[in-house]
Design a binder for this molecule. Structure first.
Ligand SMILES: Cc1cc2nc3c(=O)[nH]c(=O)nc-3n(C[C@H](O)[C@H](O)[C@H](O)COP(=O)(O)OP(=O)(O)OC[C@H]3O[C@@H](n4cnc5c(N)ncnc54)[C@H](O)[C@@H]3O)c2cc1C
Length: 306
């Protein structure tokens, strides 16, 4: 099918984009990489009267250090993030997860901002953003505001963005010393959305877990933070508590069944992945080596298969 007719503007600055979006009102939509929006238009599941194309807004495509963390512009392509060696050393969880987003061709057009704003419940980047405690900056006619990733994702394909606002930046805080991270997911075929996936970040102090974040994807309408599992890990030995934490994560979720799997299978899978990811993150935190060393090897392996 072909999209329903729409008007099209391609602003060259953020100010112009904000003005165009405001003028289009609730019938306007932003176009980023088009990897989710164009199929929706083609199937006529979305019928915007106006498309505001962000692809010429160069000021929204960047990766730069800021306040000891990393700021990533919304129009930064997923492939740019995937190939950024310096970024993968600073943010190994992001680097490890992003290679699971669709296929290489999709990542070459798809943007970080588009993935976060689209908020697919089985997507990788929303779960990573919550796990990393990302701060998301949005700009609209009333100015700029910052929303934590925890508050940004509201439900199925829905976020805290208002219809006249543009997500402009994702800021990732620096990792604490002795932090190990892991992303694990299972999909039926490489490139499919995950049946379930999990992001884990553990920080150690004196061989005990001082900080834990565990976030699941594919098991609810939005990224699901396994808070009870996190609490179980803090202050204890990972080997003694990983299994109980995974069980806590599994029992806290109520995933949907679909044509691929039953809800019981999905919950079981989430539990298994969570336990493995906790152990892997722990191993990486103990080695004191940045997990990016493993990620780099994995990325090189992936590029042979992509
Ligand atoms: C075959 C296939 C497989 C895929 N597999 C996966 C997968 O496994 N995991 C995964 O996570 N994704 C997957 N995707 C989706 C892909 O990651 C998209 O890149 C992403 O969901 C949307 O990013 P985009 O830049 O293409 O945004 P677009 O498709 O252009 O936009 C998506 C939505 O976000 C809005 N939007 C875009 N940018 C902004 C912004 N800056 N501010 C506010 N709103 C904005 C748009 O208006 C639209 O509603 C897949 C896509 C395809 C086609």
């Amino acid at each position: 099918m072909k999209p329903a007719p729409f008007d099209y503007v391609a602003p060259r600055s953020l100010d112009e984009a904000v003005a165009a979006l405001a003028e289009g009102g609730t019938d306007a939509k932003l176009l980023a990489g088009g990897q989710s929006l164009i199929p929706l238009l083609n199937f006529r599941l979305a019928r915007p009267a106006l498309l505001v194309d962000l692809n010429r807004v160069a000021e929204l495509a960047y990766v730069r250090p800021r306040n000891r963390g990393t700021a990533i512009g919304a129009m930064t392509r997923q492939a740019t993030i995937e190939r950024d060696r310096a970024l993968s050393e600073k943010q190994p969880l992001l680097a490890e997860a992003i290679r699971w987003v669709g296929h290489a061709a999709i990542r070459s057009r798809g943007t970080i901002g588009g993935s976060l704003a689209h908020a697919d419940p089985a997507a990788e980047l929303p779960a990573v953003a919550v796990c990393l405690d990302a701060q998301l900056s949005v700009v609209g006619p009333r100015g700029r505001r910052t929303v934590s990733a925890d508050d940004f994702f509201v439900g199925y394909l829905s976020t805290a963005l208002l219809s006249d606002e543009i997500l402009v930046e994702t800021w990732l805080p620096p990792l604490k010393p002795r932090t190990g991270q892991a992303w694990l997911e299972f999909a039926r075929r490489h490139g499919d959305f995950a049946l379930a996936g999990v992001a884990v970040s553990l920080s150690l102090e004196d061989e005990m877990v001082a900080d834990a974040r565990i976030v699941l994807t594919g098991v609810g309408g939005k990224p699901v933070r396994a808070r009870e599992a996190e609490t179980l890990l803090v202050g204890g030995s990972v080997h003694e508590r990983a299994s109980a934490a995974a069980e806590a994560a599994r029992s806290a979720i109520d995933p949907d069944a679909d044509i691929h799997v039953t809800k019981e299978y999905r919950a079981h899978l989430a539990g298994v992945l969570t336990e493995r990811a906790i152990l892997l993150a722990h191993e990486r935190s103990l080695s004191r080596a940045p997990a990016a060393l493993d990620v780099r090897r994995a990325l090189e392996g992936m590029s042979r298969h992509a």
